[in-house]
Design a protein around this ligand. Structure first.
Ligand code: ADE
Length: 230
């Protein structure tokens, strides 16, 4: 059983590479994949790059070339829920692409035209393991719910509030729902684990670079604790 672990940026995967044993690097479609052992498990850690297209390509490569049986997305997000603070953790119950908009054709916002679904549910067992691991290794707030993804870095409080109200999303980022869709299309269980780097408001351009490392580390701690229980 090999577990795929995806992060979008260097900061989101560097801790895994430090902790990994026997790292071997290969590249496919320009994406670096690091195969090795972490917490006694065979893993492939990869740096997908930012955004839904990179995340989708990376996920399909993990499935086809590395035969991973489960996928965990690790990293940071902008908080949407008013009770979430920087550093807090969100575990995905499901994922939606908030930037899909074919409302002019009568579809709901987020609905992918002619695709069987647009709300992609995370694997309940991975969700439960992630929640338990997060509560065991951190003292921050842990919430489970909807993760929103889109090809936009959101820095507007009204837009963030609107997304929270419209979709009920706890946080937003730029990859999770693309990973979720590809996993669903291939029947591979997944979960997204994100620590908050900002609140997707006017302070986000300053908060994101200031907190990306702290939040990335926290997400990594949770995922490593989770691997021990798998
Ligand atoms: N990832 C972290 N913060 C984000 C934001 N504000 N918008 C989109 N993706 C993010």
């Amino acid at each position: 059983m090999t577990i795929g672990i995806i992060g979008a940026m260097v900061e989101e995967v560097e801790r895994y590479r430090e902790a990994m044993r026997g790292e071997r690097e290969t590249r496919h479609a320009g994406i670096p994949f690091y195969r090795g052992e972490l917490a006694g498990r065979d893993v492939v850690v990869c740096k997908s790059g930012v955004g839904k297209v990179n995340a989708a390509v990376c996920t399909q490569l993990l499935i086809d070339r590395f035969q991973v049986s489960r996928i965990v997305f690790t990293g940071v997000a902008g908080a949407l829920h008013p009770e979430l603070e920087i550093g807090d953790i969100v575990v995905s119950r499901d994922c939606v692409q908030h930037d899909v908009d074919a409302t002019a054709l009568g579809f709901q916002r987020g609905e992918i035209p002619f695709h069987p679904k647009w709300v992609f549910e995370a694997d309940p067992q991975l969700v439960a393991l992630a929640e338990r691991a997060a509560r065991r290794v951190t003292e921050v707030r842990v919430m489970t719910g909807r993760v929103l993804s889109g090809d936009q870095f959101v820095t507007d409080r009204d837009k963030a509030r609107g997304l929270h109200e419209q979709f009920g999303g706890l946080c937003l980022e730029m990859e999770g729902a693309a990973v979720a869709q590809v996993c669903d299309m291939n029947g591979v269980p997944f979960v997204v684990i994100r620590s908050m780097s900002d609140k997707a408001d006017g302070s986000a351009p300053v908060d994101f670079p200031a907190f990306v490392k702290l939040a990335s580390r926290r997400s990594c701690e949770v995922v490593c604790a989770m691997l021990e229980e798998l």
